[in-house]
Write a protein that binds this ligand. Structure first.
Ligand SMILES: [Zn+2]
Length: 98
């Protein structure tokens, strides 16, 4: 049975799927559906995936995760600051209704 190689559009994860699988392949990395099929020669079964590529993909995913966590933490911190406004020393202007 031929095996096709796919590349995830979301996380660039590369994985192999049997051609017999119906429907769109699901990325094992992020679960995205509809990876792009790479028109490479089918890999013979039992072949070890290119270690360097896999490591590279893993590293990229790690970076993405870290970046996302950074963004989330930043957003959370900003939200925390915004949600706890301290009107210290700046009372609302009397009469200034706008
Ligand atoms: Zn993916």
């Amino acid at each position: 049975m031929p095996i096709y190689e796919y590349e995830c559009r979301e996380c660039a994860e590369r994985f192999e799927e049997l051609a017999a699988v119906a429907g769109d392949p699901i990325c094992p990395g992020c679960g995205a559906i509809g990876a792009r099929r790479l028109y490479s020669a089918p890999s013979p079964p039992g072949r070890v995936p290119r270690g360097a590529r896999v490591r590279d993909s893993e590293a990229r995913r790690g970076e993405r995760e870290a970046a996302r966590r950074d963004r989330l933490a930043d957003a959370a911190a900003r939200r925390a600051r915004g949600e706890t406004p301290k009107p210290a020393g700046k009372p609302p202007r009397p009469g200034g209704d706008s």
